[in-house]
Write a protein that binds this ligand. Structure first.
Ligand code: HT7
Ligand code: ZN
Length: 857
């Protein structure tokens, strides 16, 4: 296994001034003819990369090369002594019909629905033709596509400049596309399909009329309106918030069912997983529909952060991903309660990124080596990367916008590094270059804190807040340094409950005192300090709070995120430190009832008890899933009982109403589902009727699925009947059937055999990652099932099968098992043995690298 190091980076010897591609799709193969106009930039060989294809011919400046004129070794074609100006012509042959990897040019769907699409990021272009497939080689692409007319939709990046019938073959046609913008090969895309299109337009702030097109199966086209509106909103948002306008005349989105991730930002031709673009009230939950909008925004925002300014090499991946996630989170926070948006983002960070950083897969947002870059599309690169950008934005305040303007002006059309980003942000005068350590150092810092108060005259005093930081040493990395940690803080008056003062504390040393002089209080009582407001840094905060302090903050914090955080801290004291639940129950009930009218979505979230997976990330040895689950269930039951009298009243205040897509309406629907679940937990008799009625009268998927899940989880007498009804209603809708699979795989009463039976069903489609994730993801979210001999066997069998057909997905699924060593015996040894056994069977570089790392723990 060959490891690649950031320190070994060298610039490419040749640039590619332009590329002409001619991709011909036939019944059982494809041919690609390419002409690359190359120019020497540095001394060195002319290097092209290519995989899984047959080289039919190659010439340079019209002189055919024969074996011996070049070396072909492990996917690398090297020509030594090539001329400085080289027009390289290449013909290759491959079989996209047999490509199940969802990378390169691949087949998606079957029968009448078959289509061919590309996924080139990060290294898929080299599976289409030989090319200097690296992000720092930018070129202008012209693409001719040719296929049978049964594929009427022929799309590539840029603008359509010509189309017609192929001379001498009336069954075939072609289209020629030209993209004026220089781009790296990972942003190339093309599509051969039979799709309908939804069209609209947008006039940019610069006056450019842009044609907007969303391509989908004809029967899905009416589910593209939410995405279309989100696209227009995103275009406007980027103009207002970052001064960035769209630069081509056309923006296309294509929906594909077979896709490994959410979506891909190819220049002017985004390709989307259907689950991230299609949305309708009847078939899509509010949560999914909201994430459709944020993913549309994410891919659109990449046009500037990723496409126009791209990455020099794949080590810099977080440069585009962290920044773009931060931008999509900011966009989403403008379209719902910002507190709820922050709660969602932080919950996700804690459940996945903190877990990743606590185990053998720990790496910094910018890693310094990798074997398989596909394994580094991680929550650390994306979500921690976004948190670092958030810290930079908060530290710079108003200068952040000037800094991003400088970044775009300075580096437009270039492939750059994280250092370049920090230098642009620092150009206004306030340097943030020392934040580089956040990009290069792994591990989640632990910040601890306490305070002291000296009362002076007239109820005025001096408050000292002491903060300290510590980051664990991760194997293979240097001793951790102290990082710049912005801690947003507010002081509250303990007797009046009023906010006294807000301040951003910058912790830069191992330990630091922060003094607040002249703190004026009503009765001279020591103020309460609310720290890490809005989660101002991605750290584990251990501030010395009593339960009474947390209950105070839950009642009085004006920052919704920290209100929620106080409830979470109280829950953690109960579940992880065995505190009694009384203070929590009283405080959370009061906060819930006061939020119900004000912010229904936040009210629903204030009752959150962290998922078992998140709780597990705090346990580093002898983790017993059944005990953790028992404690969690017990606390939920306590809470449900404690508020027994409230559920009925609140549920009845939330009648089913006509569907509206507003934050308020979504909040009410979320709250209704939470209250239904709590009422069932509390054993409220009528709740079974509420659930059944909600299922029958539902006006949208959020209501119907909420009722269905409740009926499945609480063994409703009509459980099977509603599952059958759901199947009958929606079995033609693949994405809704994913929900049907997921609800059953997540059913607490389902055995491993029941899950295995779902996997064996005919409609469990091994070629569609959405279906696999629906079952396997819901299964893995239940540690009591996953961490058993049979559970592991079932899970690992899925990984093994996918290793042969879709290694990217196989490796991502495997990463869920990275904390195997924290389990109590005998599961720990069982897991180790099964993983070791798997390591002898797998073939892909992706899974081999992940297994190797995981087993090092
Ligand atoms: N930039 C895109 C990454 C991506 C991807 C990576 C590996 C394999 C398949 C993939 N599809 C998309 C998505 C994004 O972050 O916007
Ligand atoms: Zn992205």
């Amino acid at each position: 296994i060959q490891k690649i190091y950031l320190k070994d980076y060298t610039p490419p010897s040749y640039s590619v001034e332009k590329v002409e591609l001619d991709i011909k799709l036939f019944e059982d193969h494809a041919t690609v003819d390419s002409v690359l106009t190359m120019k020497r930039q540095h001394p060195g060989d002319l290097v092209l990369l290519g995989q899984n294809m047959e080289l039919l011919a190659i010439s340079i400046n019209d002189e055919a090369l024969v074996e011996g004129d070049y070396q072909l070794d492990e996917g690398q074609l090297t020509v030594s002594d090539a001329p400085d100006d080289a027009v390289v012509k290449i013909c290759v042959h491959h079989q996209p019909q047999k490509n199940t990897e969802l990378e390169g040019l691949y087949i998606a769907g079957e029968g009448d629905e078959v289509m061919f699409v590309t996924q080139c990021e990060p290294e898929g272009f080299r599976k289409i033709t030989y090319y200097p497939d690296r992000p720092d080689v930018l070129s202008v692409f012209t693409t001719r596509l040719e296929a049978d007319k049964k594929f009427p939709t022929l799309l590539a990046n840029g603008d359509l400049i010509e189309s017609g019938e192929v001379a001498g073959d009336s069954n075939r046609h072609y289209a020629i596309w030209h993209d004026v913008s220089k781009k790296p090969s990972y942003l190339f895309a093309c599509v051969f399909a039979n799709l309908a299109v939804l069209e609209d337009s947008y006039t940019t702030i610069e006056g450019r009329d842009v044609k907007l097109q969303i391509y989908a199966k004809a029967y899905d086209i009416d589910k593209c309106h939410v995405a279309m509106q989100a696209l227009k909103d995103s275009m406007h948002w980027d103009e207002v918030n970052y001064g960035r306008a769209y630069d081509l005349d056309r923006y296309m989105i294509v929906a594909v069912s077979q896709f490994n991730m959410g979506a891909m930002e190819n220049k002017g031709l985004n390709i989307f997983n259907t689950s991230c673009v299609l949305s309708s009230p009847e078939t899509t939950t509010d949560a999914r529909s909201f994430s459709v909008k944020s993913i549309i925004a994410h891919e659109y925002f990449h046009n500037w952060t990723g496409n126009r300014v791209t990455c020099r090499d794949w080590f810099q991946l977080c440069l585009k991903e962290g920044l773009t996630v931060y931008r999509d989170q900011s966009f989403s926070a403008d379209h719902q309660s910002p507190a709820v948006q922050r709660i969602d983002d932080v919950s996700m960070l804690r459940a996945y990124q903190f877990t990743e950083d606590a185990g053998p897969l720990s790496h910094p947002p910018r890693p310094s080596s990798f074997v398989e870059i596909n394994n580094f599309y991680t929550t650390t690169v994306y979500e921690k990367g976004a948190e670092v950008v958030r810290m930079l934005a908060n530290t710079l305040g108003e200068e952040y916008r000037q800094g991003t303007d400088t970044y775009f002006e300075r580096y437009d059309g270039q492939a750059v590094t994280v250092e370049d980003w920090l230098s642009a942000l620092s150009a206004q005068g306030k340097s943030v270059e020392h934040f580089i350590d956040w990009y290069t150092q792994p591990g989640t810092p632990e910040v601890s804190g306490h305070q002291s108060f000296e009362l002076g005259e007239g109820n005025v005093g001096k408050l000292t807040v002491t903060l300290s930081q510590k980051t664990r040493q991760v194997e293979g990395y240097e001793a951790p340094k102290a990082l710049p940690i912005p801690v947003a803080t507010a002081l509250f008056d303990r007797s009046s409950g009023e906010l006294i003062e807000e301040r951003l504390l910058m912790l830069e040393k191992e330990t630091q005192d922060f003094v607040f002089d002249n703190v004026s209080t009503v009765e001279g009582v020591e103020p309460i300090v609310s720290v890490l407001r809005d989660f101002s840094a991605p750290v584990q905060m251990k501030y010395q709070y009593s339960e009474a302090d947390l209950a105070f903050l839950l009642a009085h914090e004006t920052n919704g995120f920290n209100q929620w955080q106080s409830a979470q801290a109280l829950v953690n004291k109960i579940l992880l430190q065995n505190n009694e639940p009384d203070v929590y129950l009283q405080a959370v009930k009061k906060a819930f009832l006061s939020l119900v009218q004000e912010d229904a979505m936040l009210a629903a979230r204030i009752l959150d008890i962290p998922a078992e997976r998140e709780l597990a990330s705090a346990v580093n040895s002898d983790y017993q899933p059944s005990i953790m689950k028992q404690k969690r269930d017990q606390l939920k039951a306590n809470l449900a009982q404690y508020m027994l009298d409230d559920w009925q009243q609140v549920y009845q205040q939330l009648p089913i109403e006509d569907y509206e897509d507003t934050p308020q309406a979504r909040g009410k629907r979320a709250l209704r589902n939470v209250v239904l679940d709590m009422a069932l937990t509390a054993g409220v008799e009528e709740a079974h009727d509420w659930a059944y009625e909600q299922y029958q009268t539902a006006r949208c998927m959020t209501e119907r699925l909420g009722a269905l899940s409740a009926m499945v989880n609480y063994e409703h007498p009509q459980k099977q009947a509603v599952l059958d009804d759901f199947y009958q209603r929606f079995n033609k809708e693949a994405l809704v059937m994913d929900l049907w699979f997921s609800v059953q795989a997540g059913d607490e009463t389902a055995s491993i055999a029941d899950i295995a039976a779902l996997i064996e069903r005919k409609d469990f489609d091994w070629g569609t990652p959405n279906r696999i994730r629906a079952v396997v993801g819901s299964f893995a979210a239940q540690p009591t099932k996953l961490w058993t001999k049979e559970g592991l066997q079932t899970y690992i069998a899925v990984v093994k099968k996918l290793d042969e057909t879709n290694p990217v997905l196989a490796s991502r699924l495997l990463q869920t098992l990275s904390r195997w060593y924290t389990l109590v015996e005998p599961v720990r040894t069982e897991a180790k043995q099964q993983l070791q056994h798997l390591s002898k069977q797998v073939k892909s570089k992706n899974v081999t690298e992940s297994l190797h790392t995981i087993l090092k723990a």
